[in-house]
Design a protein around this ligand. Structure first.
Ligand code: PLP
Length: 393
């Protein structure tokens, strides 16, 4: 079915469905087979050598995983997509596909903690030159790109302080330098932002988060230009960070309600961020949908909605944060984000636990910062919960 002109909510439901609908099953089944058998040896050989389409071995390709890959391909308006066991596998496989000894990557200081760790601790061991720029200093990023680089790696909005990076502007700079641009779109989701349409070459997702949406399966996705995705796919099929059929099914099922969830989470987050902004116990609120946010103007240009995540700092010490978080009732105090249920936690224990206090300080992450990922609960109940917890401080 050609869904290239369909709205995102429609594409999320129908993309990739159909080929596997055996005996009229109205949903694609989970194909938990490791290998795929052939009666005709010539056909087997043709599929094995890529002359015919089909499946051979699930580390390479799998029919259920293919349904998920097709969904993200359509939602991100990409030529091709490939899936991974986790979001970090998607990130590391992309970096190691395009970066070898002597190559240079330009990125920002505020990437997700795991990505940051790759830039700071792992890539340099392979003689890869890493330059991390101040996230909101677009002139510095442009000038580092112009010095020559092979890959520009971006994330926007960033985790956890929701800084916003201008994808169009930096993609244009990368094009001039002949560099590939990869963007982690986990926080925004394809409902709110499409990096490929803004000039990026590859878009990356931790599918563990909003795409799955229920905190019950892990996965990663990379989509973009066919020639580039094929290279990443080839690296993945050999190093083996493949996604299994069971989590692929769970993520694809979650994606069918992606638009509904994101529309609700966008609206609730905006209301909650505005409420927190006016509260005397709250020192700072970071949400790109607030006009006072430093990245608001760029966010307005490149995003259709501002997402379900915010962070805020209380006016007090880390002890106050502990008290506040345990006062909340409608929340899981847990490391993840992007679920149907609200999740919260301090970045020093969640996204940036791998970094030292000093490294977090350099990124402008106060030890008392709270990341709050809004679920699909009724927003009035969430507001009341926050109000009561703040009132007890
Ligand atoms: C923005 C972002 N990218 C990537 C990841 C890594 O994803 P995963 O935990 O699925 O490996 C995370 C995890 O929190 C994230 O927040």
């Amino acid at each position: 079915m050609d869904l290239s002109k369909s709205k995102k909510g429609t594409a999320a439901v129908w993309a990739g469905e159909g080929d596997l609908n055996t005996k009229g099953a109205a949903t694609s089944p989970i194909v938990n087979s490791v290998a795929f058998s052939y009666h005709d040896l010539d056909e087997w050989h043709d599929v094995s050598t890529g002359k015919a389409s089909g499946f051979i071995y699930s580390r390479n390709t799998n029919p259920t995983v293919a349904v998920l890959e097709e969904k993200i391909r359509v939602l991100e308006s990409a030529e091709a997509a490939t899936a991974f066991s986790t979001g970090m596998a998607a990130i590391s496989n992309t970096l190691f596909t395009f970066l070898t000894a002597g190559k240079r990557v330009v990125s920002i200081k505020d990437t997700y903690g795991g990505a940051s760790k790759l830039f700071l601790d792992f890539l340099p061991h392979y003689d890869i030159n890493v330059k991390l720029c101040d996230t909101t200093d677009h002139e510095q990023i442009e000038s580092e790109i112009a010095k020559g680089c092979d890959l520009v790696y971006l994330e926007t909005p960033t985790n956890p302080t929701l800084k916003v990076v201008d994808i169009k502007r930096l993609s244009a700079a990368a094009k001039k330098a002949g560099a590939i641009v990869a963007v982690d779109n986990t926080f925004a989701t394809p409902i709110n932002q499409n990096p490929l349409q803004l000039g990026a070459d590859l878009v990356i997702h931790s599918a563990t988060k909003f795409l799955c949406g229920h905190s019950d399966a892990m996965g990663g996705l990379v989509a973009g230009k066919k020639e580039l995705v094929q290279k990443v796919f080839h690296f993945r099929e050999i190093n083996g960070a493949s996604l299994q059929a069971d989590p692929a099914y769970m993520i694809a099922r979650g994606m069918k309600t992606l638009e509904l969830r994101i529309e609700r989470q966008n609206a609730s987050a905006l209301k909650i961020a505005s409420y927190l902004k006016g509260h005397r116990k709250v020192k700072d609120v970071f949400y790109p949908g607030l006009e006072t946010h430093t990245g608001y103007d760029i966010a307005k240009q490149q995003m259709r909605g501002f997402g379900g995540i915010m962070s805020f700092a209380l006016d007090g010490s880390y002890d106050l944060v502990k008290k506040f978080l345990t006062n909340l009732k409608l929340v899981h105090l847990a490391a993840s984000l992007g679920s149907v249920s609200t999740l919260a936690g301090p970045p020093r224990t969640t996204s940036h636990v791998e970094l030292t206090e000093e490294q977090r300080k350099l990124l402008g992450i106060p030890e008392s910062l709270i990341r709050y990922s809004v679920g699909i609960e009724n927003v009035d109940d969430l507001l009341q919960d926050l109000d009561e917890a703040l009132g007890l401080l």
